[in-house]
Design a protein around this ligand. Structure first.
Ligand code: ATP
Ligand code: MG
Length: 424
């Protein structure tokens, strides 16, 4: 027999045991975004490869080695989106959303990166992200951080650390880059292979290295902060003051440079120590140059993205996903007339009690086997409708999780009773 086909490495199913936790997380995040009046944008999963090369940058990890790129039947090079920002900018330009107006947007979706799969790092993963356009900050920078903080609160996450930094403007970074390359050149013997490669292409990324042997070298490296102009410095100072005023604790991490080329000024990450090496649950920053880089006008922009798998892993510990899964009622139907009427009754109850989670027994079965299914369904109560009951215009309500006695109810009083006792 042929071997069963399995999911692609690094890509996972979300089974019904887990979906309630995902839905809970998504619901909470959406509710917060709604509070701040952000609007949703949806873009395709595939884009022209050129879009990512031009936006993310040719010499980044993503474009160099992580993209799922293929030629379609017309010979166009397409790529499964590795992140959401590039497509969001493209869609806003194409849809005319950037002419003399501001935008505060959010998106959700699967992203694809050919990385080495491990806990918290997958080849298909989910992000919810926010992008704003036309606002140069730092007030909006602070708002974004406030949004994330409110999301952590909504899902009961504590102990995340906020790290912030500033990358200055492109000109300031270019000047700093030369100083930095000079510094690393004096210590070539201490650089690892990755860093040697980055020295030419993307030297700031060396600062971000996870290699413990580089910690000391990086700590002693020249500091970008010393190469910033007055405007960049003021932007950062105001950001810090705003966070102080809002009572948000943060750590300034001069080595936080982010992986993508298009960032400028404010960058930030929320980090946990509970997920090992994959500790960043949310990362964001300002990308004032990107719209122009993609052929538009110079429009300031800032955004962030959260990795939902990492957030699910964190909330799993304190959120009872079984409780999110329970259903309220399982309707047992014994006898031919009761079976026929059961469907009608179930529909009537769904009209009367829209919030009630009701499962109707389908496929017949003995009394015993229907009760077994009722129990397995996770329902809190069983409703039992037999032909005799139907004739008398009543139905039985039986608690399945040990809450009280079975009772017989008149059918026309059922909705009211369920509303008061079962759904209360
Ligand atoms: P990392 O340093 O962990 O590789 P990154 O800088 O590549 O992250 P971003 O591109 O900023 O990540 O994406 C934002 C968030 O999306 C990350 O902070 C993380 O929570 C999540 N994320 C990124 N890559 C993956 C992945 N391969 N699997 C699961 N989540 C991911
Ligand atoms: Mg990465």
């Amino acid at each position: 027999m042929a071997k069963n086909i399995q999911a692609i490495r690094g890509m996972h199913d979300t089974l019904p045991q887990q979906t309630p936790l995902w839905q809970y997380l998504e619901r909470q995040i959406r509710a917060v975004l709604k509070q701040y009046a952000y609007e949703e944008i949806r873009t395709p999963i595939v884009e022209m490869t050129e879009l990512f090369k031009r936006s993310i940058g040719e010499v980044t990890d993503i474009v160099e080695k992580e993209m799922y790129t293929f030629d379609d039947r017309n010979g166009d090079s397409l790529t499964l989106r590795p992140e959401g920002t590039a497509a969001c900018v493209r869609a806003c330009m194409e849809g005319g959303l950037l002419h003399n107006q501001t935008q505060r947007l959010w998106y959700q979706g699967a992203m694809f990166r050919h990385e080495r799969p491990q806990k918290g790092r997958y080849r298909q993963f989910q992000q919810i992200g926010v992008e704003t356009f036309g606002l140069s900050g730092p007030d909006i920078d602070i708002e974004l951080i406030l949004i994330t903080q409110r999301i952590w609160k909504a899902i009961g996450l504590e102990g995340l650390e906020l790290q912030i930094n500033t990358l200055g403007t492109l000109e300031e970074r270019t000047a700093y880059r030369e100083v930095l390359v000079d510094y690393f050149r004096q210590h070539l013997d201490r650089l690892d292979e990755d860093s040697l490669r980055r020295l030419e292409s993307n030297p700031l990324r060396i600062l971000d290295s996870k290699n413990p042997d580089l910690i000391e070298l990086n700590e002693n490296a020249p500091n970008l902060m010393d190469y910033l102009g007055d405007d960049s410095k003021a932007h950062f100072t105001t950001l810090c003051q705003g966070l102080d005023a809002a009572g948000i604790a943060y750590v300034i991490n001069p080595r936080l440079v982010r992986g993508l080329d298009y960032y400028s000024l404010t960058v930030f990450e929320w980090i946990t120590d509970q997920l090992g090496a994959q500790g960043t649950v949310c990362a964001g920053g300002r990308f004032d140059g990107l719209v122009k880089q993609l052929g538009g006008k110079e429009i300031p922009a800032i955004g962030f993205a959260m990795g939902l798998e990492r957030l699910v892993a964190l909330i799993e510990a304190h959120i009872d996903s079984d409780a999110l899964r329970t259903i309220d009622l399982y309707l047992v139907v014994m006898g031919e007339a009761a079976q026929r009427h059961g469907m009608v009754l179930a529909e009537t109850l769904r009209d009367q009690l829209p919030a009630c989670r009701l499962q109707l027994n389908c496929g017949g079965g003995s009394f015993k086997s229907q009760f077994k299914r009722a129990d397995k369904s996770g329902a809190n109560y069983a409703l039992v409708l037999g032909d005799d009951e139907l004739e008398q215009g009543v139905i039985s309500l039986k608690p399945l999780r040990g809450q009280g006695e079975q009772q017989t109810v008149e059918l026309d009083k059922l909705a009211e009773l369920l509303n008061n006792e079962v759904l209360a």
